[in-house]
Write a protein that binds this ligand. Structure first.
Ligand code: F6R
Length: 260
């Protein structure tokens, strides 16, 4: 794992936006895996800015989102389809037919998950997967004890996750407790991974993921097995790591090597 510790959440967003722009420039027909939640919002804003400055085009980019609430249609303000349109897709030159999100309103969700998985394969797999992490170590909606080789499927959300996302729903709004999510096996097949986490609330999950044992109790710890995973965090999220100075030292060495 490459661990990049930034001084602020703003710097972490700068890093991830730059990382994505470089990846798109390097491969204009790239397939991106995307995440929702609060973590990537600033990164998406920066991507929009970069696009408006003619710095990057999404014309040939394909996207697959990690997950969607089961039971919400794409026009529901709390659906992840709605979120992605609002926070990114409506503001860039992406072809909407190349943006994919599990169909939360499918009458046959199990089949829809299998079809989603097949579509990812058909399109040649994911080149770069952007991830956030839950306070309980989940990635996508793969909650603790999820199979570490799971594929896209319907999952029950933990009470923790439902509570963490409650602020997005008004009291009258139905908050789903089920979701469709790429599996950990699906995520692990992405050729490159970029996980972004900021704030003290993520510190324990980051520690478990980076320095803890490989365990289904912390689904993100499976990323220890990935050949090309970059973890970008701010100082607050890095607070419980034992060896931040070592990670920083490696980064410095890396910068020196790159500048040679
Ligand atoms: C979202 C997703 C989740 C979030 C995680 C962190 O598509 O898959 O795993 O990345 O719950 O959420 P935030 O960023 O809101 O803290």
């Amino acid at each position: 794992m490459r661990i990049v510790v930034k001084n602020s959440s703003e710097e972490a967003a700068d890093f991830s936006a730059e990382f994505m722009v470089q990846s798109i420039r390097g491969q204009s027909d790239i397939t991106l895996g995307l995440a929702t939640g609060s973590s990537p919002v600033r990164t998406y804003e920066k991507l929009i800015e970069r696009h408006k400055n003619n710095d990057v085009s999404f014309k040939s980019v394909t996207t697959f989102n990690l997950d969607e609430y089961l039971g919400l249609t794409g026009d529901h303000p709390q659906s992840y389809r709605f979120f992605m349109n609002e926070k990114l897709f409506n503001h860039i030159d992406i072809d909407f037919s190349n943006t994919h999100i599990p169909n939360g309103s499918s009458p046959t969700p199990v089949q829809a998950c299998n079809d989603y998985e097949s579509l990812i394969q058909q399109k040649g797999g994911i080149d770069l997967q952007l991830l956030g992490i839950g306070r309980n170590g989940h990635i996508g909606f793969n909650e603790p004890t999820s199979s570490l080789t799971s594929r896209t499927r319907v999952k029950t959300l933990t009470k923790d996750t439902v509570e963490a996302n409650q602020h997005n729903f008004t009291e009258e709004e139905y908050q789903p407790h089920l979701a469709m999510t790429m599996g950990i096996g699906t995520i692990m097949e992405a050729r490159q991974i970029l996980l972004l986490a900021t704030g003290e609330g993520k510190a324990q999950a980051i520690r478990d993921m980076v320095e803890g044992p490989l365990a289904a109790k912390c689904p993100a710890s499976m990323l220890q097995m990935h050949m090309n995973a970059t973890i970008v965090i701010d100082r607050d999220a890095a607070k419980l790591l034992e060896d931040v100075s070592f990670y920083e030292y490696i980064e410095q060495e890396r910068q020196q090597l790159m500048s040679r």
